[in-house]
Design a binder for this molecule. Structure first.
Ligand code: NAP
Ligand code: ZN
Length: 350
């Protein structure tokens, strides 16, 4: 099936219309008409080859919500007309030790990511959600709580799970002081989720114009991270800090804010290496970790949690034609707080 999409042909050219082929619906497959797709900073890192390893043409997009248009004969869990989600993965072996522990993002045979991964069905590369339709194995399709706004739910599929997973793994709960560094797509979800888990939430931002929003989103305190005196007031006090920053910055300044045995988890993936002052770890027995999205089971748990607590993203809907402008704004931290592509506008423009 031919599908209209937007693709980057090189690291330096704007995204442009491109036609892709979706596979026929196999017996385990779900075919989805894409309604909305969130714009993650990872899309930008990949399109502009900031992490290297990008295969062109590249059709990004891994925060997909849409409507089921067809299911394979062995699919019982979904039916035509259901609203569903697809996140950062579309396949894995489902049999290795990590897959068996519901950690398909670490499949030892090789996780197939929604875009820029080898596609075993076509022999080419996977193409993501900046497109009108997608065909996905049922094991990687998620149910969307019925009452949530669909466009604002799309970002949960990456920004939601990427922040939920480390918050849960670190047992964030009432009585804990939790820091969220960077108030962008991931960061603003981190604030909402940490707050819903009962934590005292402190946002660290470089953008003075985000202070009021941070409080409205649920933060108990906001710190201007460029102000050393403001930072100093929080020395040795945090149980957990989630760092969502997409660019070079000083993580040592945040490690010093952790209390004894505190953990800083890095989910932002700046293209350049960060420098680590080991002393900031050793004194206080602090730890530094990374975290990659979350498994499918945990992603469904996160969606259900968001359904229960009425949590969605704060979004700015854009037509796909404005994607490069949105990327330029992401680079300037000018995002409040997730761009979401409205596919109905794409359809109208064809
Ligand atoms: P985003 O919406 O662009 O937000 C990033 C935020 O970081 C900005 O809004 C800004 O917040 C802050 N920031 C940016 N440049 C900065 C700098 N030079 N110094 C200090 N702060 C800066 O990006 P996102 O979509 O949330 O993604 C964030 C990062 O997470 C990206 O690197 C992305 O690739 C990565 N990611 C990782 C995973 C995973 O599984 N680990 C999943 C998705 C995304 P303020 O304006 O508040 O300072
Ligand atoms: Zn993402």
């Amino acid at each position: 099936m031919k599908t209209n999409a937007y693709a980057a042909q090189t690291a330096t050219t704007p995204l442009a219309p491109f036609t892709i082929e979706r596979r026929d619906v196999g017996k385990h497959d779900v075919a989805i008409e894409i309604l909305y797709c969130g714009v993650c900073h990872s899309d930008l890192h990949t399109v502009r080859s900031e992490w290297n390893g990008t295969t062109y043409p590249c059709v990004p997009g891994h925060e997909i919500v849409g409507r089921v248009v067809k299911v394979g004969k062995d699919v019982k869990k979904f039916k035509e007309g259901d609203t569903v989600g697809v996140g950062c993965m579309v396949d894995s072996c489902l049999t290795c030790a990590n897959c068996k522990e519901d950690l398909e993002q670490f499949c030892t045979v090789g996780t197939v990511f929604t875009y820029n991964s080898p596609d075993k069905h076509t022999g080419g590369t996977t193409y993501g959600g900046y497109s009108q339709s997608i065909v996905v194995d049922k094991a990687f399709v998620l149910k969307i709580p019925k009452h949530l706004d669909l466009a604002a739910t799309a970002p949960l599929l990456c920004a939601g799970i990427t922040t939920y997973s480390p918050l849960r793994r670190n047992k964030v709960s009432k009585g804990q002081k939790v820091g969220i560094v960077g108030l962008g797509g991931l960061g603003h979800m981190g604030v909402k989720l940490a707050k819903a888990l009962g934590a005292h939430v402190v946002v660290f931002t470089t953008s003075a114009n985000k202070v009021e929003d941070a409080l409205r989103l649920g933060a108990d305190e906001v710190v201007n991270s460029k102000d050393a005196d403001e930072m100093k007031k929080h020395l040795n006090s945090f149980h957990f800090i989630l760092d969502t920053v997409s660019a070079q910055h000083d993580i040592n300044a945040y490690l010093l804010l952790l209390g004894r045995d505190g953990n800083l988890t890095q989910v932002g993936v700046p293209p350049e290496p960060l420098s680590l002052n080991v002393g900031s770890l050793v004194f206080g027995r602090r730890s530094l970790s990374g975290s990659l999205i979350g498994g499918i089971k945990e992603t469904q748990e996160m969606l259900d949690f968001c359904g229960k607590h009425n949590i969605t993203a704060d979004i700015e809907l854009i037509p796909i034609q404005k994607i490069d402008e949105a990327y330029d704004r992401l680079v300037k931290s000018d995002v409040k707080y997730r761009f979401v592509i409205d596919m109905a506008l794409f359809k109208q423009a064809l």
